[in-house]
Design a protein around this ligand. Structure first.
Ligand code: PMV
Length: 329
């Protein structure tokens, strides 16, 4: 096969990946845990073509920037190297998202997970899931968590071969919902890659790392026990800790907009009135509101009524990255 298409979900981290011990290998300072998001997907088609002189990358219908294209080519090089010495074909890559890029919905996670799975299949490779998570991680750290289905843990390690992602529980384990309140669709100011490099400049980096390590078994256990309050409390605290580090890095990185803070207040007020919901925020202004299936319709309606919210993307736990027969070209 020389052409293949893969579909991958974005993921939302409950314990965040924020900071690396090795930049080139994308080895994270701490282990992280996330859930795949079934309504936030990237579809990518890759075709290796001997007639091409260079890789071609089209994202959302337009030729991508030189920087983004170079990152895709670098990733294709890893897969070409795996395919063997003689494999030097260039590729045409076409990719589409079901959600706006660069908004704090981890588009790089679903993008590099889909690219990894599509490119491996197009190159005639069939790596096991563990190897796919290592490859995806080298493209973008959080991408490794989009390879397995459902609830996933990515292990920190000192070597590339050990920093893998594995499933904690399948998607149907728990009817947890993530309602993404979109307050900003413009491209975010500071890419997460830059944010990772700035972590050590925060005076709170060490304290946050210790707290993330303590959060890991709490979140893992909360998922296994379907304990929404335990998951929500720890997840909201963890997001605030990550953003405290970002805000106190030098230069300071402030992802929140006024609407972000409005939602944090609203969700706390709902909680105080007996409606269980918690917030988490990735590297952007949008707020992920976690709730249980029974409360999702009401909370989505309440979110849509808040000022500054442009849209709500309602997610259930999503599948892992999979091949598709519907090619984009
Ligand atoms: O994989 P990256 O470099 O886009 O980093 C992701 C960082 C966060 O989304 C903020 C946290 C996470 O664990 O997904």
């Amino acid at each position: 096969m020389s052409k293949a298409t893969a579909v991958s979900c974005a993921n939302i981290a409950f314990v965040k990946y924020w900071g690396r011990k090795d930049d080139a290998l994308r080895l994270p300072l701490n282990s992280s845990i996330s859930m795949n998001l079934d309504a936030a997907t990237t579809t990518t088609t890759v075709e290796f073509d001997p007639a091409l002189a260079a890789d071609e990358v089209v994202i959302e219908g337009t030729e991508t920037t030189a920087k983004a294209a170079a990152r895709v080519s670098e990733h294709l090089d890893r897969i070409r190297a795996l395919a063997g010495d003689g494999f030097d074909r260039r590729a045409r890559v076409v990719s589409r998202n079901s959600f706006p890029m660069g908004t704090g919905i981890a588009s790089s996670a679903s993008a590099f997970a889909a690219l990894t799975v599509a490119a491996c299949a197009a190159a005639g490779l069939d790596p096991d899931e563990r190897t796919l998570t290592i490859l995806a991680r080298l493209g973008s750290g959080s991408a490794c968590r989009s390879i397995p289905a459902g609830f996933v843990e990515w292990h920190t390690a000192d070597t590339s071969a050990d920093s893998v992602a594995e499933q904690i529980a399948p998607p149907d384990h728990w009817d947890l919902r993530d309602l993404i309140a979109i307050v900003q669709t413009a491209h975010k100011e500071t890419e997460s890659s830059k944010g990772h490099q700035l972590v050590q400049a925060s005076p709170f980096a060490g304290a946050r790392l210790e707290a993330a390590e303590r959060a890991l078994p709490i979140i893992r256990q909360a998922i296994l026990a379907r304990d929404f309050e335990a998951l929500g409390e720890e997840t909201e605290q963890e997001a605030i800790r990550m953003h405290a580090v970002a805000m106190t890095s030098q230069p300071s990185v402030l992802y929140w907009s006024p609407a972000t803070v409005e939602i944090l207040h609203a969700v706390r007020a709902w909680r105080a009135s007996g409606l269980p919901a918690y917030c988490t925020i990735d590297a952007g202004a949008n707020v992920h509101v976690l709730c249980q299936g029974a409360d999702a319709a009401r909370i989505e309606g309440d979110l849509r009524a808040l000022p500054g919210i442009q849209d709500v993307i309602a997610n259930r736990p999503g599948p892992g990255t999979r091949l598709s027969d519907t090619h984009l070209f």
